[in-house]
Design a protein around this ligand. Structure first.
Ligand code: KG4
Ligand code: ZN
Length: 338
């Protein structure tokens, strides 16, 4: 507690960012330190789990210290520790969980384990101070693509998800195939701005009528087949056109289903979350489709779309207020469900 405000320390180490933040009253970011490992993993074309764990271990204490000093508080001012315990890479998650448990024990303060995906949604409470449930949420990240009805702070009802690859995963795979490299999402987004989104007819996979599920695994094969046939025919490949056409096939299905879900559940707002929520064309298309139905679209700024400790602190705060507590036996759950 400092100046009468409840302080939560949020710790996030599920993938390739060591991230720690101090958040006041679940809404105000006092500090948000993100130590990214992207440059290390880039040379391998993706995240190497063993290296990620080792880097988290090396970074975590320094990142915690910086989060406290940036917020101008000391460890004794912290009232609650929130930490991502899944889903994610097991070795990476364990570093954050062990650090959080140690702090909770040493300072004798409560500990709350947070589902990383709930954290992504909570990023919106930090960006939009008046936002309260109910709303429909679209969580699109490297590991997940979910449409989630959120009737209350601590209730998430998943109504659709991917049956194979996540949206971000599809971006990353296709980026690799067309030579754009890792991390693929932002690179495809940029290349697509210079390309023709109608150049190549990538399939829209709608699945059964009324389904809110997704399937993106066929897109990589389609991209590969297209590249092979063009090369065999001796034609030059326009990477920007491939990026724009592929991106359109992904975001059109996501935008359409998210808006349909909001309309069917009578929700007046769609709250976007996760790394892919930064995608320029997805934001544009979903806003157009939602506006036509009188639905608002909210999303966090890019720094809060990607993994960060602040979103974990906010989710932990609302779980804590609802009476949730984790014990010192809190463990990493790599395949934690929504
Ligand atoms: O949420 P996030 O930072 O980490 C996970 O929890 O997965 O999401 C990372 C994913 C990556 O697959 C990345 O390529 C994708 O989000 N991404 C994007 C964009 N920025 C990040 N995908 C499409 N367009 C973007 N602008
Ligand atoms: Zn994430």
């Amino acid at each position: 507690m400092k100046n009468g405000r409840h302080l939560t320390l949020g710790i996030e180490t599920s993938c390739d960012e060591t991230a720690v933040s101090v958040v006041a009253d679940g809404r105000d970011i006092l500090s948000n330190v993100i130590s990214t490992q992207i440059s290390i993993h880039t040379q391998f074309g993706g995240v190497v789990p063993e290296i990620a764990s080792r880097r988290h271990l090396e970074n975590i204490n320094g990142v915690i210290d910086k989060a406290l000093s940036d917020a101008d508080v000391c460890i004794g001012d912290i009232d609650l520790v929130g930490v991502t315990y899944g889903p994610g890479l097991v070795g990476a998650l364990l570093i954050g969980v062990a650090a959080a448990k140690s702090i909770a024990y040493a300072c004798d303060i409560p500990l709350v384990g947070v589902n990383h995906m709930h954290g992504h949604i909570a990023a919106n409470y930090l960006e939009h101070h008046d936002l309260e449930p109910p709303f429909m949420s679209l969580v699109v990240s490297g590991g997940h693509t979910n449409i989630v009805n959120v009737p209350d702070y601590n209730k998430c009802e998943k109504i659709g998800g991917t049956r194979d690859d996540a949206a971000g995963e599809a971006f990353d795979k296709v980026a690799r195939v067309i030579g754009l490299g890792y991390p693929g999402g932002p690179k495809v987004d940029k290349a697509a701005r210079e390309g023709n989104r109608e150049a190549i007819d990538f399939k829209r996979v709608w699945l059964e009528p009324g389904s809110y599920d997704f399937s993106f695994s066929g897109l990589k094969t389609q991209a590969l087949n297209y590249l092979n046939s063009e090369r065999q025919a001796g034609r030059e490949i326009n990477v920007n056109d491939v990026a724009a056409s592929f991106q359109e096939a992904v975001v059109e299905v996501i935008a359409e289903k998210a808006v349909r879900a909001a309309a069917e559940y009578g929700q007046k707002r769609i709250v976007m979350a996760g790394g892919v929520a930064s995608n320029t064309r997805l934001r544009e298309l979903i806003s157009e489709k939602a506006a036509a139905q009188g639905i608002d679209v909210l999303r966090p700024s890019p720094v809060l779309c990607t993994d960060n400790g602040a979103m974990i602190a906010s989710a932990a705060y609302y779980a804590y207020k609802a009476g949730e507590r984790s014990g010192y036996d809190l463990d990493a759950v790599p395949a934690l469900e929504f």
